[in-house]
Design a protein around this ligand. Sequence first.
Ligand code: PXP
Length: 251
Amino acid sequence: MSKRTDRPLRLGVNIDHVATLRNARGGRDPDPARAAMLAQQAGADGITLHLREDRRHIRDADVPAVMAAVTLPINLEMAATAEMQAIALKYKPHAVCIVPERREERTTEGGLDVIADVERLRQYIAPLRAAGSRVSLFIAPDEAQVEAAARVGAQVVELHVGAYCDFCTDGQDAECDRELRRLFSAAARAQELGLEVHAGHGLNFSNVGPIAAIPEVVELNIGHFLIGEAVFIGLDAALREMRRQMALARM
Ligand code: PXP
């Protein structure tokens, strides 16, 4: 688990929760497109937004507005529904990350069960790839799910680090360690199969280090903590500190 890596690690900034704040009052402020611009100025490598079926944060009009506001690659997170596929085919974002979605959940609670849905996902992904988007699947750090992701034609897997974050925050050291090992093996298996490896969900200044140190991981997508921290220290400072922690771990 202590392999060194010189591969650069990108930071994708998820701006969903700027929209959460805006929607709490209605109206236009704070504007997710402005957050995307500020994230770009602060050195983000990409902007992520999740258009949920219930539109609880990002709304349809935010997608073109955010895309117009920045030159960075856009990663559109979405459920594998016909409606979302039509939206992705309309805007052709740099990347599409397919996530499981349930209306009652507060956030994306688990990974996609690719194994249970191989044929449908294969057919779902093909037109997205044909339109030029890189297709990523958000999965638990499970080698069998990684192998299924390769079978359905995904180019990227984003490993769900939520369980790692929960165990490690709660001081459950054995579970935290086990989860990290699963992340290391899933990342290694993904790379063997030619998949690019990303990670995200629940990362903050204290827990990002061990994930940033996984050599195969080339992108982290981080949202809730960064937007929350921006309330106290500003988005620019929050991003710069996150990058600093990522770089330290990578050395
Ligand atoms: N990656 C994916 C696929 C997600 O669904 C989310 C949450 O929307 C994130 C990353 C970011 O998680 P967080 O907001 O906890 O940093």
